[in-house]
Design a protein around this ligand. Sequence first.
Ligand code: ADP
Length: 411
Amino acid sequence: MKVFEEKKGNIFKILSESISEGIVIVNEMQEIVTSNEAADRMFGYAAGELLGENMNILIPREYRNSHTKQVDEFMEKSDPRQMGHGLDLYGRRKDGSTFPVEAGLNPFEIYGSRYVMALVTDITVRKNHELEIVELNSQLEQKIEIRTQALSQTVKELKEEVTKRQEAEYKMKESLRKERELNELKTKFLSLVSHEFKTPLTSILIAATLAGKYTETDQQDKREKHLKTIQNKVKYLNNILNDFLSIERLESGKATYKFDIFPLSKVINEVIYNANMLLKDGQKINYPTNIDAITLNFDEKILELSLTNLINNAIKYSSEHTTIDVAVSFKNNFLTIKISDEGMGIPQKEQKFIFNRYFRAANALLDQGTGIGLNIVKGHLENLGGTITFKSEENKGSTFTISFPTNTNND
Ligand code: ADP
């Protein structure tokens, strides 16, 4: 140590004092043999105070072990290198406080002894800047995050607004369409009433006039014949009116349903009893055989309306001396009723229109009708989770099948 100090002291002093980094040189024993002014100031020592001290004095306690090991390795390998790559290094001041440093180690040999020169830079300011930058970055990221969230919220709200408007527009168009349809319906109703009501009303008038002519007591059967005609025609008109009311309700979305528990036979008997009055000469209706035990939980009025429409059509579109079959089956809580006739059938190319409102097939035009019965039956059944389908062959006959769910278990 003495040799080094004596011989190179002055040169070293001149060189080292002009450098802004701290220079600390340690010998093999890791004793400080010299330090420049910058190093003394950095670590808070007076000039010369560090001489002879172990270099550990400059290192915070928690780093000492690893540091000493590194210096030892240096001594052996003798290649200069930057210390603590990727690590945070700290120096320890005389007052015990610590500060971040960057250190480069340069081993060298002189007069047979080995030394390590440490070039130390106080990087407190840089570290603070780095921390500030990290802090600013994270603040910026937070801001971006908040703004992004706000933006996506706005986008979401806008989308909802657009959807609401579209829905409102759709509803408006829909109610406009319904209004138009109802107006159309009223016009249609008036023209239908004038056509469809004319013939039955004339028949009623004639039958009533004729009945009035039979004044004798023993002419009761003749009176009854005319009274039956009157009943029939009134029923027919009543059915048309019911159908129109149904359309109006279906169209305005006001169709309400009432579920009741009732025996299937009650409705079938009623419908067939009424239909019997309409039968042509030699026509007959085959009752379903297996329905006595079946109880339904369904809208009784809708079932009656559906069956009335289908059975009356079967009678109307079949000729004299034909048979109409009514068959019932029950499976998986679905009741299926098939009504088959041996009538005129529906022409193949018109079958796809048969459920359209007011549609009447070409071969049916000579019979009275409005073309609304099937349409409303389909509307009601579908509202109640049911279906209506048919199979038909011209001049052979048709089978209409309705099927709907009912909660009672009759399997
Ligand atoms: P309407 O009988 O009053 O014309 P519907 O809606 O009940 O109205 O029937 C629509 C059309 O379907 C009828 O005009 C007829 O062309 C056809 N149709 C319905 N049922 C039968 C049937 N059983 N046989 C032949 N054609 C039928």
